[in-house]
Design a protein around this ligand. Structure first.
Ligand code: ADP
Ligand code: MG
Length: 762
């Protein structure tokens, strides 16, 4: 009897095997085929009443093919194939136009077959028809007894089919495979099956393909989802375990250190969440193995202070901390604001410096050579307790005296490989790692996508934050609203405040934006994370107009190019904002220039900053209270939320206007959703729901055998949580899976060599 790992050919025959090999990522083994699940199920014999169809309706009908014929076109090359389908009373004509002959289709649409046909109903010469319908053939009514039995079953499985093989042909092969396969082991441990009352593996495979009823199908699906969730979590639990086996220098808090003094001088109270996160991290740092923690926070929740306090604890314990920022703008801003927050505490060796004071160094790729040499020396000598930088920190010649903690701001742009590069810089053991997200994501997604990290969340905002009122400005219907928008900007400036105008592109002449950060980033994408679960760009949305969520599935016509910073700035300067001091910021400016513009804006020398999404992450200018986002529909939901987090940071209420030409529809609905809520977790959920699961998990899975077929990270949160707990318990008791050979084997099949190699590296 064939096993799941055996080839399909002897089971289904040459012809079917060849066609199946062309399906999906290639079905080659019996197990491949049995893991090729139906897309949906049709209820038997629910033939659609064809008489009831109305012109213009988009319908899917279940019907039997009664006749088929092909004739050449009269005035052109090509042919017209007509198939008549029936529900027993009425009939409907399916029309297919072909460039050549359509023999293959004529053979496929054989009279007597039942099928599902979908398309738009129209009437031509008094005949109801569907022109070029999509169809799936599901079996025959009489004649072939096996197929008749299939058709007589309550639920008909409908498989994702191809031009070469129809759904019912796949079902035929599945039937053959199910009838002969021997399934003698179960990857899911028996005690988990019992505890959660799950089907055994063989039963689940049978029921997913040939369910007795919907309940049977649901139980099969639940069991198979467990397989996916559990194996994923076992791999992640193993990774987390491996990392706890590494050694790190413990950095316990000390009395009378910088941290205590910093806390005493804080101009505000820490939120409960900041305190909670702070003590968790503090305890982590005191351990003799490296912390791997993800700090998720709502935009503006105050992650920086939490990170800074962790860095001070490490400095107090005679170590150094590195803060890795995704852009130069952000690195510079961190350096300024951290130096300012620390005051005398960061003025070691200077007049007015505090007693155990340290120093803050900045290292970026574009620094002048003198500044750079100084920073390198500060890092290598240990003179700087805190070293802030961009990717330049990752370079090989950057050395630290005693690197104890790495903080990575706005995670998405750094991948596993970058973290690895920094980890290698600790003198002894490994440094502790704290990762901060730019955009909060649902917890199960975080736990899975960043599966090797423990997750901490900051959900509340500091008290006294003003709300950010957000409105959509639909210029297609209400062009005069745009004038009103610029008038509002003028009023805001007259009241002594500042504004951002954000555009999706840099310059009118470029089709791809190529902001330098964006360009730099392309080379820094993480290849893939655990088991191919990427943790880098999967969650990252549009940047500077190169691509955007708006393009997902809803573009019919080519759109005009997105608005560009340089053009909009010129228009505003000579038009509605004439007389205001405008600044221009984007990634193509030189670093000095960028810094100058940012400083001038922070300083109040610039009223309105026209910019790309360089301001998206972390930029903090409290006097900026208004943001106008041009072509807002070209940005992702989470990104808009992140962007508007730049305003309303001081005591004044923020205002964000989302300008769009998009007509009412899905694109506008997304903007309305942003306007309606300030809950970043809810918005990121919305964002993720619109993406395919593979995108959620990350680009690394593209083109490979996907390990998630039934499980969805967003809808199966509870199951994933349970699976994670079970996996932790199992790995705690049996790290090498010695007692679970079937599970170990299933996981080995799941992880292809490339993935396995990566796991070893990490
Ligand atoms: P994010 O989490 O988005 O990175 P930041 O760390 O930039 O947020 O913090 C945003 C602003 O809130 C900063 O100006 C910071 O000084 C301020 N802030 C942080 N924590 C508090 C607090 N507990 N009370 C008041 N203001 C705070
Ligand atoms: Mg931040």
């Amino acid at each position: 009897m064939p096993k799941l790992s055996d080839p399909l050919r002897p089971v289904v025959g040459d012809k079917a095997a060849k066609r199946l090999a062309g399906l999906g990522t290639g079905l080659r083994t019996v197990g491949d085929l049995l893991s090729y699940y139906p897309r949906r199920y049709e209820t038997r014999g629910d033939l659609t009443e064809l008489a009831g169809l109305r012109d213009g309706e988009h319908v899917t009908v279940q019907a039997m093919i009664a006749a088929v014929s092909t004739r050449p076109m009269r005035n052109r090359r090509g042919s017209i194939l007509e198939a008549v389908v029936t529900d027993g009373h009425g009939s409907l004509t399916l029309t297919f136009f072909g460039k050549g002959r359509q023999d293959w289709r004529e053979r496929q649409l054989a009279p007597g077959l039942y099928g599902l046909f979908s398309g738009q109903v129209s009437t031509f010469r008094d005949k109801r028809q569907l022109a070029h319908p999509e169809y799936e053939l599901i079996g025959v009514g009489a004649g072939d007894s096996a197929r008749a039995a299939e058709f007589a079953s309550e639920l008909i499985p409908i498989y994702p089919a191809s031009k070469d093989i129809a759904s019912w042909q796949i079902a035929d092969s599945v039937r053959l495979a199910l009838a002969s396969v021997e399934i003698d082991s179960d990857p899911l441990p028996a005690q988990i099956r019992d505890k959660h009352r799950l089907y055994g593996y063989a039963r689940a495979l049978t029921a997913i393909h040939r369910p007795e009823d919907m309940r049977d199908k649901s139980r099969a699906e639940l069991r198979l989802k467990w397989d996916e969730a559990f194996m994923l979590q076992v791999v992640l639990a193993q990774r987390r375990r491996v990392s706890t086996e590494y050694i790190a220098l413990p950095r316990a808090p000390v009395e009378a250190g910088l941290l205590g003094e910093f806390d005493r001088g804080l101009p505000f109270e820490l939120t409960a969440g900041q305190q909670q996160a702070g003590s968790t991290i503090s305890a982590d740092l005191a351990q003799a193995h490296p912390m791997h923690r993800l700090l998720q926070g709502e935009v503006g929740s105050g992650k920086t202070v939490v990170a800074l306090r962790a860095m001070l604890q490490v400095v107090d314990a005679a170590g150094q901390a590195a803060l890795l920022a995704p852009t130069e703008v952000l690195a510079q801003q961190h350096q300024r604001s951290i130096s300012q927050m620390l005051g005398p505490l960061a003025m070691a060796g200077q007049l007015g410096g505090a007693e155990h004071a340290t120093r803050v160094a900045l290292l970026t790729g574009s620094q002048g050579s003198a500044a750079r040499r100084r920073a390198l020396l500060e890092a290598a000598s240990g003179g700087a307790g805190i070293v802030i930088g961009t990717h330049a920190l990752l370079e090989e010649h950057v050395q630290f005296a005693d690197l104890g903690l790495i903080v990575i701001d706005e995670q998405h742009r750094f991948g596993v490989e970058q973290r690895e590069a920094l980890r290698g810089k600790a003198a002894e053991g490994r440094p502790h790692v704290l990762v901060m997200t730019a955009t909060p994501i649902p917890r199960t997604v975080a736990m899975t996508v960043f599966g090797d990290l423990e997750v901490t969340e900051l959900t509340e905002l500091p008290a006294g934050r003003s709300a950010i009122a957000t409105h959509v400005v639909p210029t297609a219907e209400k062009p005069h609203y745009l004038d009103r928008t610029w008038q509002r900007v003028t009023e805001e400036v007259a009241a002594g405040r500042q504004a951002y105008v954000v555009c999706p592109r840099i310059a009118g002449d470029s089709d791809a934006a190529g902001d330098s950060e964006a360009a730099g980033r392309a080379g820094t994408r993480a290849g893939h994370g655990a088991g191919g679960f990427a943790e880098d760009d999967g969650l990252r949305l549009a940047e500077d107009g190169g691509f955007d969520l708006g393009d997902l599935g809803e573009t019919e016509q080519p759109r005009r190019p997105a608005l560009a910073v340089t053009e909009v700035a010129a228009d505003l300067k000579h038009g509605p904002l004439a007389g205001l001091r405008l600044g221009v910021l984007h990634g193509r400016l030189g670093p000095d220039e960028k810094d100058k513009v940012m400083l001038a804006f922070a300083d109040g020398q610039v009223d309105v900053l026209v910019t790309t999404t360089v301001v998206e992450v972390g930029v903090d200018v409290p006097n900026a209270t208004m943001m106008v986002v041009m072509d807002a529909d070209r940005f992702g939901v989470s990104q808009l939320h992140q962007l508007r987090g730049r305003v309303g940071r001081g005591g004044h209420p923020g205002l964000c206007l989302l300008v769009t030409e998009a007509p009412a529809g899905p694109a506008r609905d997304r903007l309305d959703a942003v306007a309606a809520t300030q809950d970043g977790f809810a918005l990121s959920r919305l964002d993720l729901e619109q993406r395919r699961e593979g995108d959620v998990l990350g680009a690394a899975q593209a083109g490979r055998r996907s390990s998630l077929k039934l499980l969805t990270l967003l809808k199966d949160e509870e199951l994933i949580g349970q699976a994670r707990q079970e996996a932790e318990e199992l790995i705690g008791a049996d790290p090498a899976l010695a007692t679970q050979p079937a599970l170990a084997a299933a996981i080995a099949t799941l992880l292809d060599p490339e993935r396995a190699e990566f796991l070893e590296k990490a």
